[in-house]
Design a protein around this ligand. Structure first.
Ligand SMILES: CC(C)(COP(=O)(O)OP(=O)(O)OC[C@H]1O[C@@H](n2cnc3c(N)ncnc32)[C@H](O)[C@@H]1OP(=O)(O)O)[C@@H](O)C(=O)NCCC(=O)NCCS
Length: 132
């Protein structure tokens, strides 16, 4: 049992995924901050990568859980998305995503957004299949 928990922890650690992006004009809204829809796409992608690294099988998104946009993300900043598998079910798993905003020219860093995404492992018929 202790070995299984250790193995799970190692797989979760190994599948943690970090992606950094620049908040450039093509990604911003009318108010010069990051467009929420763009961030959701980035969150979905980083969650997908973490799930895939964890399970090494095809995954699809079944649910975007609560997403909290706590701070605006200004144009001209760097964002870092950190995705980590939080819970593992039979065919699904939940990935937590923390989004940090970082000033380009100062070592300032703030957690701006948090959320989670549920992904389901699918087989060749696109039906749920157990995560190994
Ligand atoms: C994902 C999909 C294959 C699931 O098929 P399904 O027959 O509804 O799945 P099931 O009811 O057997 O549930 C499978 C697992 O997903 C979980 N699940 C299903 N719907 C869920 C939801 N809305 N939120 C959270 N978990 C959900 C179930 O709890 C189950 O988890 P478990 O096996 O770990 O206990 C199907 O809904 C689908 O193809 N959806 C479209 C996916 C897609 O195209 N995503 C891209 C975005 S457009």
């Amino acid at each position: 049992m202790a070995e299984q928990i250790q193995n799970l922890k190692e797989r979760i650690d190994a599948s943690e995924t970090r992606v950094a992006k620049v908040v450039a004009p093509a990604t911003t809204n009318l108010y010069d901050t990051l467009f929420g829809g763009t961030l959701l796409a980035w969150m979905d992608e980083v969650a997908f990568i973490a799930a895939t690294r964890f399970g090494r099988c095809p995954f699809v998104t079944v649910s975007l859980d609560r997403i909290d946009f706590n701070h605006p993300i200004p144009a001209g900043t760097i964002v870092e998305l950190v995705a980590r598998v939080e819970t593992v079910g039979r065919t699904s798993l939940k990935v937590r995503i923390d989004v940090f905003v970082e000033h380009m020219l100062k070592a300032d860093r703030l957690k701006a957004v948090t959320g989670s995404v549920t992904m389901v492992a699918i087989d060749e018929n696109k039906k749920p299949t157990p995560i190994r």
